[in-house]
Design a protein around this ligand. Sequence first.
Ligand code: ADP
Length: 572
Amino acid sequence: MAETKKTSTKKVAEKKEAPKTAPKATKAAAPKTTAKAAPKKAPAPKKVVEEKKAAPEVKPVEQKVEVKEVVKEVVKEAPKQEVKVETPVAAKKDEKLKVLFVAGEANPFIKTGGLADVAGALPKALTEKGVDARVMIPLYLGIPQEFKNNMRFLGNCYVQLSWRSQYCGVFTCNYQGVTYYFIDNEFYFKRHGLYGHYDDGERFAFFSKAILESLKIIGFKPDIIHANDWHTALVPVFLDCYYRNDEFCKKAQTVYTIHNIEFQGQYGDGLIGDILGLNYDQSLLVRYGGCVNYMKGGIESASRVTTVSPSYASEILDPYYGYGMQDILNARKYKLSGILNGIDLEKNNPATDKSLFANYDAKTVFENKKLNKVGLQQLLGLPVDESVPMIGMVGRLTHQKGIDLVTAVMERILDMNVQMVVLGTGDWKYENILKDMQNRYPGKLRAIVNFSSDMASKIYGASDMFLMPSKFEPCGLSQMIAMRYASVPIVRLTGGLRDTVEAYNHETGKGDGFTFLTYNASDMLYAIERAVGLYRDYKDEWKKVVQNGMAKDFGWSNIADQYIKLYNEIKQ
Ligand code: ADP
């Protein structure tokens, strides 16, 4: 997703093979060293268990036995009681559902949008439920050095892309209990930005094949490979076309999740022979509309296809939302379902968020939220007034997010006694319109054209209302974060917004937001007016709406259960 992020298309040095020691500060230490060091370092038996778990990641499967032997030796020296703790863990280890989650980005390493949030949170939730979930992303230049310093080199291989043979290094690290792998090739990934390069088709074909090729290096035989969006849509295709006899993935089943159907990975069909190396029969999987379409390949080949909300799963069967993919999806409807995304409750927590001017929870919200509003007003040079309703927006400035509607009636919104703070990057035309409006309404509007998680938190924390009038919204995380931060969402009823925001009902006192249905600026304006009216004139009711939103459970625990159910349905 977030294909529209601006990235440099600067040509990369024509070095086809990347050096084996990719991350600067990471010496390509042989895996042996780390594995050997583990038992020595383990003073307490607990530690031994941890090292034992990590071992198969380091060594190929054939060496598993050796690793177990080393662990056993250590266990012998440990007191009796601890041996008991060891054995069941080892037994369960093999029974665990093994999932490899592959994506173009993952939090906290690198992020352009919601996909990174999911890749950071879902595997963690799965791990907490006893699944052996691991994540694989490219080793981008933009991954902060502090993460690269903690990575270990596991090995390398060569990936065949038609006539090319490309270097593929594999690095790993553990973050919050989840094992992450990073595919290294400097020719493809040592560039600024993630997507938007002239050869994205080749880069992500390489990444998708490298994922399957590197399984033998990491010694992992996944039950499920979970691919996401166009970046890794070729994984199920390559798996079926090239790897069904491979020891490490012949049993793997695939789940393919569409986070945003607008970005499909469409390229000229010259790629088929020149890069993908598919024969005519195989190429039918990816051919669509005279082009190569990676997403179509993912839909055709995966065992199951999911999207990130139940409403979006039915919307994309319609031409208005399907972006040309509706016919393929209707034909494959039997394997399509929608599972709503969640948010990371630890990371997105107003009670602990360090970016806020004052932390708060459901009890202290009405006292402390004001301090955040005042803090942001001072920071941005807006008139300081804790009673003025503040409307926040955080998101990509693209047509998807309904910016057209906002700019169309901006004067009318700002004619109300409100302040508005918008944070986002995207299409230059929206950036310019917002900047221009800020100049015309300096006391009412701030348009911050930047990507800043710190500022995003400050806006969620300070705003009373959060505007998200999306034209389409596969799931949307911002509205959930907003509710958790006591910023009442004003949304169009589409996709995940429909599934997460319930319109406030004056009669029943139920509901947590304000909604409108038609993609129409006047309808959006009316929803904003209703929200501002309630905020001003019905303070107790307003508090109820805020509390209803804060009480909602958007955590990953239930969602992980739904994925586990799905994985188990297809596991062989
Ligand atoms: P999408 O994935 O379509 O961009 P989502 O609502 O699913 O939209 O996820 C967007 C995520 O990215 C949220 O966590 C939001 O806070 C964050 N985000 C979007 N734009 C910015 C920005 N300019 N600065 C910081 N965070 C941003």
